[in-house]
Design a binder for this molecule. Sequence first.
Ligand SMILES: Nc1ncnc2c1ncn2[C@@H]1O[C@H](COP(=O)(O)OP(=O)(O)OP(=O)(O)O)[C@@H](O)[C@H]1O
Length: 566
Amino acid sequence: MPQTYSLHVHSVSGIQWRKKWPIAPNLEVAINVDGIPMAQTHRKRDFVPMWNSLLPFGGPTSVIGLQLVVKKQQNTDQSIVQLINAMVDVYSFTKDVNSLPDIERIEGVVSVIVQETARCALFIREYTAHGFAARLVGQIISQDTQKIQDFMAAFDKHKQSLDWALGVHIAFTINNARDIAQCSLEVAKDTQQLEILKNLNPVKMNSNRDGCLPGTRRDILSLIITELTKPVSANSQNVFWLYGVAGAGKSTIATSICQTFNALGLLGASLFFTRSNEVSSPSFVIRTIAYSLAKSNTQMASEICLAMHQHPHIIDASIEDQFQRLLLEPLMNHARDHIHGPTIIILDALDECGDLESRRRLISLISNRFTTLPLLRILITSRPDLDIAAAFRKQSSIVKMPLDIATPTSLEDIRLYIDAEMMDVRQMHFSWDLDPTWPGEEKINALGTLAAGLFIWASTATKYLRNAHDPNDALDHLLKKGSDLDALYAVALRSTKFWEDRTFAERAQACLAAVVLGKVPMSDTTINALLGLDAKKILCTCLFQAWMCIAVSSRKICPNTACFLW
Ligand SMILES: Nc1ncnc2c1ncn2[C@@H]1O[C@H](COP(=O)(O)OP(=O)(O)OP(=O)(O)O)[C@@H](O)[C@H]1O
């Protein structure tokens, strides 16, 4: 089956092939550098200049740059120098790029090599930024020597695979090579250990989602990857909070980050909470992270099994105890003997994990204690719900990353998304014989304006068009009707659960109606007067998202929206 590939280059994390849209008649290659589209081709001869153009970002140039730095700083550390030479050696094939027989033949091997390069580069960065003084006196920890040897063996094997792939046929060595590449991050194979670990009773959350459309979210993805891969030093921040309104695209960004680090073998755990799912409970969080970490690293598996042996009732203990015994202590023991690249933990949609009451202690644990965890970098996404925002905002060691829907880049991302989705709509409705440029730039822009930076609106609108009988009619209807965000606002407002308080609901109803009918302006003073001080905070929280959307897009709220609430 012909397939499309895009080659993503991150200046910090290396290169990554991503399979996308298995519909192209030919192999199609798109190159993005740090998310910025550079080129796209169907033909091999176009691939050569593209490949050359990315060398400064992820190819030999940066590897050689790294070599110089390390050599200068650390003449005595021959093992690392040898490792870097092995990396450079593997890239020597790029000189022969003109003689490549066929991209398809080598894509698998190249994919593995670039992933391995990224992991190796992260290891070297960590290595050079960590415990440098100790190595100046010639000390190198035995585990690190082993790790360097593993990397070198893997590069050697990749080089052989590449020669083979170039000379013989399609590179099905990928599986074999990938096995070797992952040898330093072996899963816990010991069946006895696995049996013990199962007692953690972890939950499985569906992470089978699509990440960002290539070309979208490049700024924020690049920023997050850069932050997550910074070498850890004693005072560096390791918890990152990406927050934004409902439907802004947070989970999709988290999915892309998850896929990137999973491909690099650096993902420790990922939990995607959903409100409707009973396993999205705060009580499962710590033990599920511990289980995933153990599965991704044999030494951590041993440490956690030991902790479970020493504390047989840990599963029934408080989450604070679980944090101490199953995460903090094992990680501390592990960190003492190993230098690591980052291990990434992703907690997506924290606002959907339990409710205000049940997650109170988890939020406190995250804001006060997660920052002390060695080795881990933790990415958290959520709406800015009051409890989460209050706890995280006051904690200076948590990095706050707002996902602003009103920026020109967000609006452009949505436009890109609508454009790509329209291609699908055209293909789906081929019987209408739509023009290849349908629906045209003007209508795409109009849809983008209506979406006002909200991906959820754009995705709902394009779903509606896909399912419509006559897409032309449906599109005109949609454009005439304006942005029917009522349903979306209703979900956002209702999800706050404050509506169960009858007094509050009645007051808010009156307040909202007055604002909607234009009797009073929407201002803090009005809200104060109508709801009283106590309710002000609540109102700020629960209407924040919806009203912010309206303010951004300069649209008026429709009275029907309010009707959904009571
Ligand atoms: N960069 C993107 N590329 C393609 N689709 C996207 C992108 N961002 C968001 N979407 C689509 O928009 C919809 C909403 O996005 P998402 O669920 O990530 O928002 P959210 O901010 O996590 O919302 P909530 O707070 O309600 O959980 C999804 O259906 C997703 O497929």
